[in-house]
Design a binder for this molecule. Sequence first.
Ligand SMILES: [Zn+2]
Length: 93
Amino acid sequence: MASLITCPHCGTRPKEEFAIRGDAEPRRPSAGDRDEAWLGYVYTRDNRKGRIHEYWHHAGGCRRWLVVERDNLTHAVYGVTDAAQFPKAEAAE
Ligand SMILES: [Zn+2]
C-alpha cells in the first residue's frame, strides 16, 4: 500500500509528491544570541527515533511548506500542518 500524506491544501496525495527537508523542531535563536546558539541551530540535530516533526515541501503539488508529524520507526503519520501555522514553542517541549 502506498504511503499517503494529506496536504491541508491539496488533499490526500502520494508521498512521492513531497520532499522531506528536515527537523522542524529546532528553535531559531535571536539575532543577538551567542555564536554557540547559532552553531547548534544550524548544524546540530538530535536524530531522534519515534514521533517527530519534519518540514516537508509539497514539490509536486501546491509547493507549500508543511510540517508532518510522523513516527520515523513505523512511518505512521499523525498530522500535517501548514508550516506557517506550526506552533514551534509546543514542538520544542
Ligand atoms: Zn499541497
